[in-house]
Design a protein around this ligand. Sequence first.
Ligand code: NAG
Ligand code: NAG
Ligand code: NAG
Length: 310
Amino acid sequence: MAPGFPVPLQGLVGLLLLCALPWTEGGKVLVIPVEGSHWLSMRDVLTELHARGHQIMVVAPEVSIYIKKEDFFTLKTYAVPYTNQGYKRTITHNFNLVFETRNYVKTFFKLSEVLKNISTTVLKSCRNLLHNETLLRHLNSSSFDVVLTDPVLPCGAVLAKYLRIPTVFFLLYLPCDIDSEATQCPNPSSYIPSLLTRLSDHMSFLQRVKNMLYLLPLKYLCHITFTPYESLASELLQRQVSLVEVLNHASVWLFRKDFVFDYPRPILPNMVFIGGINCANRKPLSQVCIEAINILCRIYFLLLTFLLVF
Ligand SMILES: *[C@@H]1O[C@H](CO)[C@@H](O)[C@H](O)[C@H]1NC(C)=O
Ligand SMILES: *[C@@H]1O[C@H](CO)[C@@H](O)[C@H](O)[C@H]1NC(C)=O
Ligand SMILES: *[C@@H]1O[C@H](CO)[C@@H](O)[C@H](O)[C@H]1NC(C)=O
């Protein structure tokens, strides 16, 4: 037993300390956001963290549509090798193309090109962040308590692992079930429907086959999209690093999902479902959204056929 307090008193001191925690100095949070809706959801959380006395630093590319300087966080930007105009064109203008044609084959090829362009652009941005030694040294010496990042583009995840800072993931979804792989949660495709299959957790034999086949094109796309991040991580950490290893650095996974929409699946205690957070600013689903989902399903089916035939 430690000298000083007798046992009951020790417990009491501990309890008092715990109670006092909310009033002690706030933590230092490093935020590596992802553009678009990913950022808009995270922004709501940052206002609350700020209100509770935490210090927040957001590190983002200098060219961005939504991530702007605000009074509840410090924004640190880094240079990127593309212009504001080019970026806006890549991100917003191109998506409208999807609606301009009724020809799914054309749409499919156009969308592939758009996605490739977007993925190249964000990779360039990530490379500039991870290659900026001055900025990395500054972040390392700022002794952050925690990194908050969306791993859908694993740039922040790579950085957090490199800086060895405990990490909280804030995400809607990771493609190809990489999250199950990284957390080693069972993910039986006989029971868990894949994205865009419109299947339920009760599947006939043929439906299970369909469920497995639907995973193939996604796996291929994920391979293309994520391999460069593995290379960046390996370069930075100076050893071979897999994406799974980068992702299993996370201490907590906050999923912006709810079992109202998703089928139950096995999870770990550090995976928390916070889907309600997206209801902060609620609006009815527009017809455009519903149409977009229909188009996506059809394009995805096409991609699958394409991959199976060739
Ligand atoms: C690195 O980041 C710093 C701080 O954000 C910025 O001022 C500097 O221009 C960047 N250096 C390069 C080479 O991009
Ligand atoms: C993709 O990028 C290239 C070069 O940056 C550009 O010429 C092309 O128009 C882009 N395509 C789409 C669909 O954005
Ligand atoms: C961060 O700084 C510490 C202390 O100066 C140093 O030991 C460590 O190697 C640095 N880490 C990185 C990733 O630069």
